[in-house]
Design a protein around this ligand. Sequence first.
Ligand code: PXG
Length: 445
Amino acid sequence: MSSSTLAHMETNDLDAFFMPFTANRQFKKDPRLVVGAEGMYFRTPDGRQVIDASAGLWCVNAGHCHPKIVEAVQKQVAELDFGPTFQMGHPKAFELASRIGALAPGDLDTVFFANSGSEAVDTALKIAIAYHRARGDGQRYRLIGRERGYHGVGFGGTAVGGIKNNRKAWGHMLVGVDHIRHTHDLSQMAFSRGLPEWGAHLADDLERLCELHDPSTIAACIVEPVAGSTGVLPPPKGYLKRLREICDRHGILLIFDEVITGFGRTGTAFASETFGVVPDMMTLAKGMTNATVPSSAVVMRRGIYDAFMNGPEWMIDLAHGYTYSAHPLAVAAGLATMDVYQEEGLFQRAADLAPYFEDAIHSLKGLPNVIDIRNFGMMAAVEVSPREGAHPTARSYDLFLDCWQNGVYTRFAGETLAFSPPLIADRGHVDRIFETVAAALKRVA
Ligand code: PXG
């Protein structure tokens, strides 16, 4: 390395890292860095403890640096650092698939591994189209998403996603994609606790698209059971059941993107279990390995897998996969994470804490600029009115910053602050989080 390169690095040039989903210049003027984490807390370079009110990015469900998961990964890296899963395998990959399959509802017991939520989503969409094709139903190529949905950043996920800024440059690049309307309507559901009473009929928007496009051209419909990134939008009561019925009527596969809702966030293993609605496929990531090692999965009904097993035995069944599908470190982290969830009863713990969490966040009603509060399980959001004449995230960014400076890390998106603490949180953490948010709301104009 040349001395000039070294000198360059020693200045720790922040411009070298083009940061994801970040206002780079704004961040680099006054960086927010973390150098350590344990349980409910991040540690900053100056030794400050910051409570993690967002489980990282909705992913560290069992808390940071869980000793059991850390140990499993450390052991694994010294035993089998990498092992291919193309025409090869390693036993723990099958074990994790079985564990996840056993946890999943209904006959969703077959697992395809990827590395990120985005990859899981694109995999699920590809499997949906290939499944119909394998059954001689190749005219089903359309994919239906929902406005305000977030399904990651692959071309597929971007296209079925419904966040306009994310779609702007690339949303049009997949053919045959359409969207049902979102369910968020403050005139009908502001300050709902849990599921809004109003809005089950909005599922009928899928019928409208069936009529428009001919349902026999539609391969799949993908939704988050509770939309996360777009500011926590719990589904209206009965809405998901109605979507399921419409999909059944027309032979459309229903995909639940449980990248956020999976692994305890709604108080059971999966939102599909909480809502009693079984999809045909689920996408999982984040909490699957407690984010210790990147990993994700598509869990599908056995019948979907079976449809691919009709060719000659020597033939590759699905021309799809990633070098790191079921990476040994990810699998070790996943198995340890499943143990931790079980041993510590974290899904039940989330269910038990949810009512307290709900009361705590709804106590912010009436504070300046608060126009909505919504929650389900251990996810919740506060929406503030946009600041007049300013850019749309001006107020939520200032609130986020105020919280960070006062020891609480949370996420902001659009005009909302979103909360999804690790499921190990206790009442004291919840109090601390919302006291800090209340103070910020009073301070930030
Ligand atoms: N589906 C859903 C429902 C997600 O929430 C993805 C897919 C994509 O996962 P990857 O692993 O490719 O990022 C996500 C990701 C936020 C936030 O604060 C949310 C996500 C990622 C980063 C930030 O809202 N969700």
